[in-house]
Design a protein around this ligand. Structure first.
Ligand code: FES
Ligand SMILES: [Fe+2]
Length: 344
């Protein structure tokens, strides 16, 4: 289910420049670009004259110029210039999308303009705190329905199988017996996991020289429809995580999924290093480690999508450990009913 009347991440702020960027979002072809004053804009990627993609156009002083016959559109989507013609018919306009720049991200509203409520955009101030949380960000195209990656992110039991050599660690027992605190919120769920006195996974060891046993945490906040805010780390067993100095491992990951089509999405992610903040090499190491885990997830969910497309989902049975992702799907359904009462 793709929720209409909702915000989705359209792009990282630094992806969008005066060179137009084409991106399909929730089945809409969209062009993203900055005008010469630096403001980011989103329009439907099809000219109102003969339908050419505006992403093949050029940013000019008064807007974006279609490179077929030269019409220019302002950021509201209104046509502001037709070469060699004074009269501009009202129909010569294209749809525009509300676009908000916040925390180094560009959020697009998919739905009715008048319902766009900026207070619904998730907060992520850590992107602006580069002193305490230096980070790297990227976007990964994945050929699966976005909800399968929501499932994946809230499903801890795949960690020690799919990610046994990376973020998970090779001991399934550690994840099976973890203390899980699960609650619902107004717009999603929180899942806090604690693995006391457990061996650090490879990712942690590759980033920091940790002792053989650590007290480990993984905290997730899911904000419907598709954002997961994660804080994970570990300190030597018995130390207080609030006060312990080095050696310790601290990592924040921002994940958000933007549907491209019904069977593909964009996985926007950032990873921040909170344990060795003055060392750019430490941020690079943690990034490389996370890229390994994301490649493992991508390969699995793309293969899973092919089977689900072929055989459907009706035959699939949930495990007890699927509770967080089941609650997340309920939260998406509730959001859809709230935002789209007539159809939800
Ligand atoms: S198709 Fe864009 S100006 Fe003609
Ligand atoms: Fe995963």
């Amino acid at each position: 289910m793709i929720v209409n009347n909702s915000w989705y991440l359209a792009a990282w702020a630094d992806e969008v420049t005066t060179t137009p960027l084409a991106r399909r979002i929730c089945n809409n072809p969209v062009v993203l670009y900055r005008t010469l004053d630096g403001k980011a804009n989103a329009l439907i990627d099809s000219c109102s004259h003969r339908g050419a993609p505006l992403s093949l156009g050029t940013v000019v002083e008064n807007g974006i110029r279609c490179n077929y016959h030269g019409l220019v559109f302002g950021c509201s989507g209104a046509c502001v210039e037709i070469p060699n013609q004074d009269n501009i018919p009202p129909k010569a306009r294209v749809d525009s999308f509300p676009l908000v720049e916040k925390d180094q991200m560009l959020w697009i509203w998919i739905g009715s303009m008048e319902k766009a409520d900026e207070s619904l955009i998730p907060d992520y101030p850590f992107h602006n705190d580069t002193k305490n949380w230096p980070h790297y960000h990227d976007v990964l195209p994945v050929k699966c329905h976005y909800i399968m990656l929501v499932d994946n992110l809230l499903d801890a039991t795949h960690l020690s199988y799919l990610h046994s050599a990376s973020v998970g660690g090779s001991s399934p027992d550690v994840h099976m017996v973890a203390q899980n605190d699960l609650s619902t919120t107004d717009n999603g769920i929180t899942l806090n996991r604690f693995m006391q006195n457990s061996p650090p996974p490879e990712t942690y060891n590759n980033c920091v020289a940790l002792p053989e046993r650590i007290d480990r945490w993984q905290e997730f906040e899911f904000v419907a429809p598709s954002t997961v805010i994660q804080y994970s780390g570990g300190v030597p067993t018995g130390k207080d995580r609030k006060t312990a100095g080095a050696p310790r491992f601290d990592m924040r990951i921002f994940h958000t999924l933007t549907p491209e089509t019904d069977t593909s999405c964009f996985y926007f992610w950032s990873v921040a290093n909170g344990h060795d903040t003055d060392n750019p090499a430490a941020t690079e190491t943690i990034t490389e480690e996370i890229q390994v885990a994301l490649a493992e997830d991508k390969a699995m969910v793309e293969a899973q999508q092919l089977r689900i497309t072929e055989l459907g989902e009706e035959r699939l049975a949930n495990n007890a450990a699927d509770r967080p992702r089941v609650l997340a799907r309920n939260a998406i359904k509730k959001l859809n009913e709230r935002q789209n009462p007539e159809t939800g």
